[in-house]
Ligand binder design. Structure first.
Ligand code: FCB
Length: 423
């Protein structure tokens, strides 16, 4: 599948290319009272509360109307495990019926559902009993996955078992800024990481048992990791080590080998690529500091690009190399998140355009990419950063819940509808 260029100034995307936006349950639904995030928010261990978020749990139809009117043909959402299984082994029929209605609403509007089963939040009961440190965590997760797939599987072909396992582990067990808020708990981080890998494999099998033609992957946060000073050997080594941890380890644990072996990657029908930025690594001191380095944030860095409002470097040039690299696993790629936090609408549109050009370039080079989802449909609860990070295609007035589409919506719509990018 390649993007054909009919003239020098237009890219044509492959037929059936999936266009849309991504969301996650806890960030948009509101009142997710049964998960660990809610508990930590209420007890003040997190700086911001999600509260009603975007009240998407009630307003999903109107939100999907917007997506459809913006020319999207797909939409990524996550199922909230804690709603489906609010206490261990007890299934909430109403919540299951709700998500059936949600999927139905998408289908009615011609939006292909892309469903994530775990997007950072855990049921409170699961977290209280040890969460992903538990030996049986993968089994508990796959049991939930099976329950959901039994209910929704007929209408959902694309599944993401987990969202960004590396980010989940880093933020929760190393940086200590997300539940369970543990700092430098390295041994625990390794256990959790391995259990997440087992959970992916187990859920992959459950989904396929129910639906042979399912497309199952996970969403991988895929930063481009580069040395701060390429001539400095220490920086090069630190960047390699970091890259191995951030971009290779999880694939290794689920049995996917890199570079491409003759065997197709097991337990992986496609890879969700969440691409935001580049990570520039500087080695310092001795021991771990030297080996892993740290992210260099010097703004006068000689190749530092523009920054988003939350300090993430904007680096579209990294996308083709990231796609090229993950294509070596031998399965299609799907850009399941790409977006920018900004209040500067010219910058947002430029961000989207530059990344789509980069995507088209990768397609022209023969890399198989099946879709592009902007993060996110509307401004929402951006985890520990609260509601000030504005990634949305629409702004949201948090008092009235009014959605205010941003200017880029129309330009993006043209691209989605025509499946073509004029450059
Ligand atoms: C990704 C997360 C998503 C959102 C964006 C900005 O890492 O998957 O929930 O927070 O970053």
């Amino acid at each position: 599948m390649t993007a054909r260029t009919v003239s020098d100034d237009a890219y044509h995307f492959p037929p059936g290319f999936l266009w849309g936006a991504a969301t996650s349950s806890h960030q948009v639904e509101g009142n997710n009272r049964w998960n660990d995030w809610w508990e930590y928010e209420q007890s003040g261990r997190l700086p911001h509360r999600s509260g009603e978020a975007c009240r998407h749990y009630d307003l999903y139809e109107q939100d999907f109307d917007l997506a459809r009117s913006w020319g999207h043909n797909s939409h990524r959402l996550s199922i909230e495990w804690s709603r489906i299984e609010p206490s261990q082994g007890k299934w909430n029929r109403e919540a299951l019926a709700h998500y059936r209605a949600v999927i139905h609403a998408l289908k009615q509007r011609g939006l292909e559902p892309i469903v994530t089963l775990h997007h950072f939040t855990n049921p409170a009961w699961f977290a209280r009993r040890g969460g992903w440190l538990r030996r049986d965590s993968a089994m508990l997760f796959s049991r939930y996955a099976a329950r959901v797939v039994e209910d929704l599987g007929q209408d959902v072909r694309y599944w993401l078992t987990l969202n960004e396992p590396t980010v989940y582990v880093t933020q929760g067990y190393i940086n200590g800024v997300w539940p369970p808020c543990l700092k430098n708990a390295r041994a625990k981080a390794v256990v959790v990481f391995r259990n997440l890998a087992r959970a992916h494999i187990a859920a992959y099998r459950e989904i396929h048992q129910f639906r042979a033609d399912a497309m199952v992957g996970f969403a991988h946060n895929a930063p481009l990791v580069v040395p701060c000073e390429p001539r400095r050997k220490r920086d090069r080594i630190a960047a390699l080590v970091r890259d191995a941890i951030l971009n290779r380890a999880f694939f290794y644990l689920i049995g996917a080998r890199f570079p491409k072996s003759r065997r197709r990657s097991p337990c992986l029908d496609f890879i969700g690529i969440n691409y935001y930025s580049r990570s520039t690594i500087r080695s310092f001191g001795w021991g771990l500091g030297a080996l892993l380095g740290r992210v260099c944030t010097v703004s006068s860095h000689n190749h530092s690009g523009p920054m988003s409002d939350i300090g993430w470097e904007i680096y579209p040039a990294g996308l083709p190399s990231v796609l090229q690299r993950f294509s070596h696993y031998g399965v299609p790629l799907f850009v399941t998140e790409n977006g920018v936090a900004t209040d500067d609408e010219a910058l947002r549109w430029d961000f989207i355009m530059q990344h789509l050009k980069a995507l088209a370039e990768a397609l022209r080079n023969g890399i198989k990419v099946i879709g592009y989802l902007y993060w996110t449909l509307m401004d929402n609860y951006e985890w520990a950063m609260g509601t000030d990070a504005h990634f949305g295609l629409a702004a949201v007035d948090l008092t009235t819940q009014e959605r205010r589409p941003r200017p880029c919506v129309d330009d993006f719509k043209r691209i989605c509808r025509e499946n073509r990018l004029d450059v």
